[in-house]
Design a binder for this molecule. Structure first.
Ligand SMILES: Cc1cc2nc3c(=O)[nH]c(=O)nc-3n(C[C@H](O)[C@H](O)[C@H](O)COP(=O)(O)OP(=O)(O)OC[C@H]3O[C@@H](n4cnc5c(N)ncnc54)[C@H](O)[C@@H]3O)c2cc1C
Ligand code: SF4
Length: 616
C-alpha cells in the first residue's frame, strides 16, 4: 500500500474508529486523497507528512502501525501525543481536514437534495463574461477594474453608468446556479475559495482566513449578513483618518443606495431555523439586545449552504446585482485572468497586464485602473507593479477575528436546517466590541469543531444535530500585515486586548446558550472543552489562554487604508493611490480600521463613494 494511503488510513481509523461506528478508514482515506487533489500543491505533502509522523510514532511506541492497533490503544496513543499544546494543535489541523471530508461526504446527499428541492429564486443574471482564453491579447478601455467582488463590482457599475467603457478582470471563473445545485459540496468548497480554502494568517494563534475567488468575489460565499457602518466608526474614519467621504451625512446616501440594491431585509422567522431561534430565546431570557439579522437574500429558503455558494440564487451577491447592472451599462468581464501588474508610464496608469491559465498574457490599456483584489491580494499586486513603496502598504491589517461555541440541547436543533447566519446578539457590541451571530456551517461541514477523537468524537458527531452553534467576532486593532509580492503571506499577531475580548466572547456565547436551555456548552477552549454550568464556564474562561484558541476570520480590511496623512495612509481621501496618478483602490483594503460589523455594505458604499468621485 502506498505510504500516503497507509498513513491516512491510520489517521482516519484513530480519529473515527470504525469499531465505534466511524466510516471505513480505507474509503475515507481515499476520499481525503481525492479532496487533496483539488488543493494547492503544498497541502498534500504537508498532510501526508503529518499523518506519516503519527504512524511512525505508533510504530516506535506501540510497535505496530496505527491502523492495526486496538481502538483503545490508538486512543491512548493519540492522548499521549496530544498532551502538549503543540501536539494538540498539530492534530487539530489534520482532524479539521478529515472531518471536513467525512462530514461533507456523509451529508452530500442531503445537501444536494435540499439544494434542488425548490427552484432557484431567480435565474442567473445576464453578465457579459468572456473567459480570458477567448479574450484578445490587447484591448483598450477607459477604465479597468481588477477584481469582481464587493468593491470592484460597485466601482465598475458606477463608472459604466457614468458612460465610461469598463473592463473587469477577474482571476476566478463564473459559477452558475446549475453548477451550485448539482455539484458535490466539497467540490464547491474547493473551487469557490482561493487556494481551495486553505488561506490563513500565521501567528499565535494562527487564524483560518477563507477568501472567495470567482465572478462575484467573496460575496459568492459570504453569509449575506448586512450592517450599515456604525456612526461611531464613520466619525472615527472622518476625524482620525481624515476620510471626508466617511462623514456620516455624506456617507448615508451611499449606504442607502447599497442597501436598496442588495434588497436587505430581516431574516423571516419562518425560515430562520431553530439555531437562530435559540439564540434569540437565550438573549431574551438574559434581557440582552438581540434580533433577526438583516441580510441580502430575497427568496432565501434556509438551506444553510451560503458558504459554498447559494444553490437558489437567493443570496444576492454582486454577481446578481452590481455586476449585471454594470454589464447592462456596457461593462465587460474577463474571467480566469490573474492581473500580474498595473502598467504605468511616466507616473501615470496605462492599464494592466494579466495572465491566462495557459501562461500567455493579456494587456488591457486604460487611463484609469481601479484595484479591488481584496485586502490580502491588493498589496502584493501593487508591489509587483512597482507601486508598493509606501511604508504602510500591507500593514494595519484588521481581521475581525471570530471564535465559535456550541450548546447541547435535549431536543434536536439541526442547526443546518435554516438560515446559515440568522440572528444577532449585540448587547456587548458597543461596550466590548463583541458581536454574536447564530451561525451554522453547511450540512456536515462543521464537525471539525467537535472536541476529542476516537469513540468520544464519533459519539459527538452522531449527536451533532442536538447542538446549537454561535459565532462571535471582536472589533480588533490593526495587528497584521500582508507580506509578499508573488503571493500574499499574512501575519497577524492578536493583541492582548483582543485576545481577552475573544475569551470574553466565549463567556457571552456560553451564557446565551445556557439561558436558552443548553445542558452543556462546547467552549472551544483547549483543556476545558466542555462545561456544564455557568460557574464552570466562568472558570474555563478565566483560565483560557487566547494563544491556543481556534480562531477564524472572514473580514480582512485596512491594508491600503485611505486617509489624509500622506505618511500613514497609502491611499488618499479620494481613494487614489499615492505616488502615481490614475490608480484607485476600492476594496476592503481602503477601510481605515475594522468596521466592527460584517463589512460588505461598508466596502460597497465606500467603493461607490470613491468611484462616484472618479466618474465626476
Ligand atoms: C465565509 C465568509 C462569510 C462572510 N460573510 C459575510 C457576511 O455575512 N456579511 C458581510 O458583510 N461580509 C461577509 N464576508 C466578508 C465579505 O464578503 C468581504 O469582506 C467582501 O466581499 C470583500 O470585498 P472585496 O471587494 O474587498 O474583495 P472580494 O469580494 O474578495 O473580491 C476580490 C476579487 O478579486 C479577485 N482577485 C484577486 N486578485 C486578483 C488578481 N491579481 N487578478 C484578478 N482578480 C483578482 C478575487 O478572485 C476576488 O474575486 C464573509 C466572508 C467570508 C469568507
Ligand atoms: S440559506 Fe443561504 S444558501 Fe440557502 S437559500 Fe438562503 S441564502 Fe441561499
Amino acid at each position: 500500500m502506498p505510504v500516503a494511503q497507509r498513513a491516512l488510513r491510520g489517521l482516519c481509523s484513530a480519529l473515527l474508529p470504525p469499531e465505534a461506528g466511524g466510516p471505513d478508514p480505507g474509503e475515507l482515506s481515499q476520499e481525503v486523497l481525492r479532496f487533496l487533489e483539488s488543493q494547492p500543491r503544498y497541502v498534500r505533502p504537508a498532510v501526508v507528512a503529518g499523518a506519516a509522523c503519527l504512524d511512525t510514532a505508533s510504530a516506535l511506541l506501540a510497535r505496530r502501525r496505527l491502523e492495526s492497533l486496538p481502538p483503545a490503544t490508538r486512543e491512548a496513543l493519540l492522548r499521549r501525543l496530544t498532551a502538549s499544546q503543540v501536539g494538540s494543535a498539530a492534530l487539530d489541523g489534520l482532524k479539521a481536514l478529515v472531518l471536513l471530508v467525512a462530514g461533507a461526504e456523509r451529508f452530500a446527499g442531503e445537501s444536494i437534495g435540499s439544494a434542488r428541492r425548490s427552484p432557484p429564486a431567480r435565474p442567473d443574471a445576464e453578465l457579459d463574461v468572456t473567459p480570458s482564453a477567448a479574450w484578445p491579447s490587447t484591448s483598450r478601455f477607459d477604465a479597468v477594474v481588477v477584481g469582481s467582488g464587493a468593491g470592484g463590482a460597485m466601482a465598475a457599475r458606477t463608472l459604466a453608468r457614468a458612460g465610461m467603457s469598463v473592463a473587469i478582470v477577474e482571476e476566478g471563473r463564473r459559477h452558475g446556479v446549475d453548477e451550485l445545485r448539482n455539484s458535490h459540496p466539497l467540490q464547491r468548497f474547493a473551487t469557490l475559495y482561493r487556494d481551495g480554502g486553505t488561506t490563513g494568517a500565521l501567528g499565535r494563534p494562527p487564524v483560518v482566513l477563507p477568501i472567495g475567488r470567482g465572478v462575484g468575489g467573496t460575496t459568492l460565499v459570504n453569509s449575506g449578513t448586512c450592517f450599515r457602518t456604525p456612526q461611531a466608526v464613520l466619525e472615527r474614519w472622518r476625524d482620525e483618518a481624515g476620510l471626508g467621504l466617511a462623514d456620516p451625512d455624506t456617507f448615508a446616501p451611499y449606504l442607502d443606495e447599497v442597501w436598496r440594491m442588495l434588497q436587505v431585509a430581516p431574516v423571516p422567522l419562518d425560515v430562520m431555523g431553530r439555531n437562530g431561534m435559540l439564540a434569540l430565546a437565550g438573549a431574551e431570557a438574559l434581557g440582552w439586545r438581540s434580533a433577526p439579522l438583516e441580510r441580502n437574500a430575497p427568496g432565501c429558503g434556509g438551506c444553510c449552504q451560503c458558504a459554498i455558494g447559494c444553490p437558489r440564487n437567493a443570496k444576492f451577491g454582486v454577481h446578481l446585482n452590481a455586476l449585471p447592472e454594470a454589464c447592462a451599462a456596457g461593462a465587460k468581464i474577463v474571467s480566469e485572468a490573474r492581473v500580474e501588474r498595473v502598467l504605468t508610464e511616466g507616473g501615470r496608469a496605462t492599464g494592466i497586464e494579466a495572465r491566462r491559465n495557459d501562461g500567455s498574457s493579456v494587456t488591457i490599456r486604460a487611463e484609469h485602473v481601479i484595484v479591488a483584489a481584496g485586502a490580502s491580494e491588493t498589496p502584493p499586486l501593487l508591489r509587483r507593479s512597482g507601486l508598493g513603496s509606501h511604508h504602510h502598504l500591507g500593514r494595519n491589517l484588521a481581521l475581525h477575528p471570530a471564535v465559535g461555541t456550541a450548546g447541547r440541547f435535549e431536543e434536536p436543533v439541526v442547526a443546518w436546517h435554516g438560515v446559515l447566519q440568522s440572528a444577532g446578539v449585540d448587547e456587548f457590541h458597543q461596550s466590548h466590541g463583541i458581536l454574536v451571530e447564530a451561525t451554522s456551517t453547511p450540512p456536515g461541514m462543521g464537525s471539525m469543531v467537535l472536541p476529542g477523537f476516537g469513540r468520544e468524537l464519533v459519539a459527538e458527531i452522531d449527536a451533532a444535530d442536538h447542538l446549537a452553534t454561535l459565532g462571535a467576532m471582536v472589533a480588533d486593532l490593526p495587528a497584521g500585515r500582508v507580506h509578499g509580492t508573488r503571493r500574499a503571506l499574512i501575519r497577524y499577531d492578536l493583541t492582548r486586548r483582543d485576545g481577552r475580548r475573544l475569551v470574553e466572547a466565549i463567556r457571552v456565547m456560553g451564557r446565551v446558550l445556557f439561558a436558552a436551555g443548553a445542558s452543556e456548552v462546547l467552549t472551544g477552549i483547549p483543556g476545558s472543552a466542555r462545561v456544564r454550568s455557568s460557574d464552570e464556564l466562568d472558570e474555563a474562561v478565566d483560565r483560557a489562554d487566547p494563544r491556543w484558541l481556534h480562531v477564524a476570520a472572514f473580514h480582512p480590511v485596512g491594508t491600503a487604508r485611505a486617509g489624509s496623512d500622506p505618511e500613514r495612509f497609502p491611499v488618499d481621501p479620494t481613494g487614489a493611490l499615492r505616488g502615481v496618478s490614475g490608480v484607485w483602490v476600492t476594496d476592503a483594503s481602503v477601510l481605515p480600521t475594522c468596521p466592527e460589523v460584517n463589512p460588505q455594505v461598508s466596502i460597497m458604499a465606500l467603493a461607490l463613494a470613491i468611484s462616484a468621485g472618479i466618474a465626476s
